[in-house]
Design a protein around this ligand. Structure first.
Ligand SMILES: Cc1cc2nc3c(=O)[nH]c(=O)nc-3n(C[C@H](O)[C@H](O)[C@H](O)COP(=O)(O)O)c2cc1C
Length: 511
């Protein structure tokens, strides 16, 4: 027999863990059945926490019960009332994890900041408005996520492996799922191998890549955190080194990952044959057949996401990768039905999004946009033609997406498509905090009922709260601040005058 800790009932075991021949007498009885008897009468090896990671969750209690004493002495009413103090397990998890009730990052008491108001999109409830932005780790093995990703996304406990750090976690340790973020978006994940930025990028183009992601998703779910994934194709920015290898190679040299370096420089595709820079591969202009192949790959990846159990999907249309390359007149100089007018430049991204929505009708589909190319001069030239991609076209494009019903949230990022971009405003030579928030604000103004995310150099909880309060956005996404401080959610709650649920294991650090 085993105990289903979630329901507090003793139920039949599928694979017996101990030899109980006549224990059926307690089958289906509440656990409180045992409660009022002194534990000694059971000669108990009680609360022997078992976790068997490979089997169906068989847990949390094993009994060595001298049950004759139960049978010979009738139980009085009071003997059914006292509950045992059991370290309840997350139901149906693949391992034993203590259940957090309410989920980590849920507001408990005190002020009610906007940041800690839940948000529901297409039936998926995010427990707060703080989202972890996708962050490439350049650490995948043939596109497969590894334990690095589990630790990065999941739990610093795995990383520290040290009781002291479990109780007083160091601020430089990772693990967003255990630190209360409302949602986590997994890094740009290529739908075809040639769509990776570096050879070590994440991918979802084959079935074997599903299992390591499933493990991460299940870990997040077991810790009450919603998790999405950013599906991507790097376009002309593919087949280059990971950032730290670029740094080693030096900025004056080529960053192209050659075939000897596990790259695919001759298989790099873009809307037009314009390289991102002289350090990057020369892309091939995509044919209709190439586009169909990529579109079908997005759909196949969405199907895999469904099986994996992601809560939402993000379409990467930012940072100068394939979709953004189609959108911007700086990278798309085609003369066919995919280039020229705004309607033509949005055709391919729209096609992909429509197919994604068909495969993903019930859960949130979000789009990350680059709201500006940050190239010199205005978005629209004096003759009325579009000179670069900017917020005006972004708003028009999102209008198309809303009409098509293919977007539930737009995350307003920027840049990445023009090598000589001049991002601003700057303060003391550094990009100003919240520098992209005006884009989110403009998007929100254009479509008040659209859910809009702000991202970029946001780290002060009071300022983040003000963006939400002032109606500039609905969600705050953050990347680098979470690398610096994975506990940001709990610290933000403190700053804003409320308490939120910390992970059971970490509560002592937050008293
Ligand atoms: C290490 C790292 C990896 C990133 N990878 C991605 C990515 O996979 N997809 C994406 O859209 N943005 C990526 N970004 C950009 C961030 O998501 C974010 O938009 C940017 O860092 C600005 O936000 P921040 O100031 O909060 O860091 C990455 C940023 C960092 C620092």
């Amino acid at each position: 027999m085993y105990t289903n800790a979630a329901e507090g009932r003793v139920v039949e075991q599928e694979q017996p863990m101990a030899s109980f021949s006549e224990i059926a007498v307690v089958s289906q009885k509440p656990l409180s059945f045992f409660g009022s008897r002194p534990l000694s009468i059971f000669k108990a090896s009680f609360l022997n926490l078992l976790h068997n990671s490979r089997r169906k969750p068989c847990f949390s209690i094993s009994f060595t019960v001298h049950y004759e004493s139960l049978l010979s002495r009738p139980l009085s009413g009071s003997q059914f009332t006292t509950m045992l103090n059991i370290n309840t397990a997350v139901p149906d998890a693949r391992e034993y994890y203590p259940l957090n009730e309410p989920p980590i990052g849920t507001r408990l008491a005190g002020e009610q900041p906007e940041l800690f108001k839940p948000l529901e999109i297409r039936g998926v409830t995010f427990k707060n408005r703080i989202f972890v932005s996708p962050m490439c780790q350049y650490s995948s093995s043939d596109g497969h996520a590894t334990d690095w990703h589990l630790v990065h996304i999941g739990a610093s406990a795995v990383q520290t492996g040290n009781t002291f750090f479990l109780i007083f976690p160091c601020s430089n340790k990772q693990g967003f799922a255990t630190r209360g973020a409302g949602a986590i978006c997994m890094e740009a994940t290529a739908v075809v191998p040639e769509g990776r930025i570096s050879p070590e990028d994440a991918g979802l183009w084959k079935d074997s890549q599903m299992e390591p992601l499933k493990r991460i998703v299940e870990f997040c779910h077991a810790h009450g955190t919603k998790i999405g994934i950013q599906l991507s194709h790097a376009g002309r920015k593919a087949s280059v080194y990971a950032p730290w290898i670029k740094d080693k190679a030096g900025h004056g040299s080529s960053w192209i990952a050659t075939e000897d370096e596990n790259g695919w420089p001759d298989q790099v595709y873009a809307p037009s044959a314009i390289p991102w820079s002289d350090r990057y591969p020369n892309p091939k202009e995509m044919t209709e057949q190439d586009m169909q192949y990529v579109e079908d790959a997005f759909v196949a990846a969405v199907k895999r996401c469904k099986q994996i159990g992601f809560d939402w999907l993000e379409f990467h249309a930012a940072h100068g990768y394939l979709a953004h390359e189609f959108l911007s007149p700086l990278s798309n100089t085609r003369t066919d039905q995919y280039g020229g007018s705004l309607e033509n430049r949005t055709r391919f991204p729209n096609r992909v999004l429509q197919r994604m929505r068909e495969e993903w009708p019930d859960k949130p589909l979000t789009v990350r946009i680059s709201s500006s190319d940050w190239a010199e001069g205005p978005e629209k030239a004096a003759d009325g033609s579009w000179a670069q991609w900017g917020i005006e076209q972004s708003i028009l494009w999102v209008g198309q997406l809303l009409q098509l019903g293919v977007v539930d949230l737009v995350d307003c990022s920027s840049g990445g498509n023009w090598f000589h971009q001049k991002i601003g405003p700057l303060i003391d030579g550094k990009i100003a905090p919240g520098y992209q928030v005006p884009f989110a604000e403009a998007m929100k103004k254009a479509y008040p009922s659209l859910i809009v995310g702000a991202i970029g150099a946001i780290s002060d909880p009071v300022v983040a709260e003000s963006y939400l309060k002032d109606g500039k956005c609905d969600v705050i996404s953050m990347a680098r601040e979470f690398i610096r401080n994975p506990h940001w959610v709990l610290m933000a709650a403190r700053t804003l005058g409320c308490t939120v649920k910390a992970a059971n294991q970490y509560e002592r650090g937050w008293r």
